[in-house]
Design a protein around this ligand. Structure first.
Ligand SMILES: Cc1ncc(COP(=O)(O)O)c(C=O)c1O
Length: 390
């Protein structure tokens, strides 16, 4: 490497460090379990998106093992070549039935799903209206499409309506929003999004990554609000509450067919391995048999949020299993993370650029396998944290 490049890397990293924004990989063990291990310390895990704690469920492991035994370790090719086996078709059909759409399509991750959907449905003659706090994969998909990106203020439907009005004569418009925002745990105003998409003849795409498994008997926010028929593109992932891997899109036949033909992250990538497809099939079955899992988690979250608010913590507009504790300053947030680690609880500090400047926060991801004694431990630790931060 030349000295030029070395200096360039070192400069940027030095700036990150000075701003308390430097990131380092930690050596986690069992980062998906209720307790994880870092440097020989066992910590209660409030960092994972494994919200329902289903990762060791016997039915998921059994189906995963069954497909591993039948097909081996790899899909061997991209889906249009030879990577799509019988159970993938079964998964697509089960998912479409579960989400009540005509068709579905599976991608290798939620990230590649968003990349593929947006970069193919939109082009330089499309305008995409996107909530300012939408997930990075949505933003990247739009950038890749070369569409005009119009960002509206977070959850601000007046701003969205104003922006749509400005471009009302434009023939191709897409509105895209997370249904639950990953760093804030707040909820998109889906009723108004639907109203606006109809008024301005736009396509509506909803990213249900954090609502899948939790809201609407596991089907997501659109189902919870009985608006599933109004959303044109339901996107989600198996990687969070569903304890596996793989992005999905559920939509009408023409949209799915369009994606099969145009979505480059679908066409040009080796498909998910059989073991993953097995877990995905099993988890959908499990959700159909146990529709109340998400509700129970939301009730746990409601109680903890109220407790934190009574202590005087700012939990933003969260009303889900994701609870931010907004401390604003990145250094203070890192200090809070460290304090909680000393209390044997791991809650990650989230800082810019993942969240906007001056909104650094602890991000609590609640999970269904937490027992009463652990909830008490969390409450006790935050009580003490409050005293230390004052
Ligand atoms: C809102 C949202 N969409 C998409 C993704 C990407 O999903 P995956 O982790 O399956 O790639 C995430 C994950 O962080 C997310 O939070």
């Amino acid at each position: 490497m030349t000295k030029n490049w070395l200096n360039y890397f070192q400069d940027i990293l030095e700036k990150q460090k000075k701003a308390n924004l430097f990131r380092e990989l930690k050596d986690f063990k069992q980062g998906q379990d209720l307790y994880l291990h870092i440097q020989n310390k066992k910590l209660l895990n409030l960092a994972s998106n494994n919200y329902l704690g289903l990762h060791k469920h016997p039915l998921l492991k059994q189906k995963s093992q069954e497909l591993l035994d039948t097909y081996g370790t790899t899909a061997g090719a991209s889906p249009l070549v030879s990577g799509r086996f019988q159970e993938v078709l079964e998964l697509e059909n089960t998912l479409a039935r579960f989400k009540k759409t005509e068709k579905s399509l599976i991608f290798t991750s939620g990230y590649t799903a968003n990349l593929g959907i947006l970069s193919s449905l939109a082009d330089s003659r499309t305008i995409v209206f996107s909530d300012k706090l939408n997930h990075a994969s949505i933003v990247d998909g739009i950038l890749l499409s070369r569409a005009k990106l119009v960002r509206y203020r977070h959850l601000d439907m007046e701003h969205l309506a104003w922006s749509l009005e400005k471009y009302k004569d434009h023939p191709r418009k897409i509105i895209v929003s997370d249904s639950i925002f990953s760093m804030d745990g707040d909820i998109a105003p889906l009723n108004t999004l639907v109203q606006l998409k109809k008024e301005y003849a736009a396509l509506l795409m909803l990213d249900e990554a954090h609502a899948t498994g939790i809201f609407g008997r596991g089907r997501g926010l659109a189902h919870h609000l009985k608006l599933e028929q109004e959303v044109d593109i339901h996107m989600g992932t198996f990687s969070k509450a569903l304890a596996s891997l793989g992005g999905y899109v559920c939509a009408s036949k023409p949209i799915i067919s369009f994606l099969i033909n145009k979505a480059r992250s679908f066409i040009y990538s080796t498909f998910l391995p059989p073991a993953v497809i097995g877990a995905n099939l099993a988890v959908l079955n499990l959700l159909e048999q146990n529709p109340g899992l998400g509700e129970r988690l939301l009730s746990l979250a409601h109680n903890l949020r109220r407790f934190l608010q009574e202590l005087g913590f700012d939990t933003g507009n969260s009303s889900t299993q994701i609870i931010p504790v907004i401390l604003k300053d990145p250094e203070k947030t890192l200090r809070a993370q460290k304090f909680l680690e000393e209390k044997n609880i791991f809650v990650p500090a989230i800082r810019p650029p993942t969240v906007p400047e001056n909104t650094s926060r602890l991000r609590i991801s609640l999970r269904l396998d937490l027992q009463d004694r652990e909830m008490e431990q969390i409450q006790e630790a935050f009580k003490e944290l409050k005293k230390v931060l004052c």
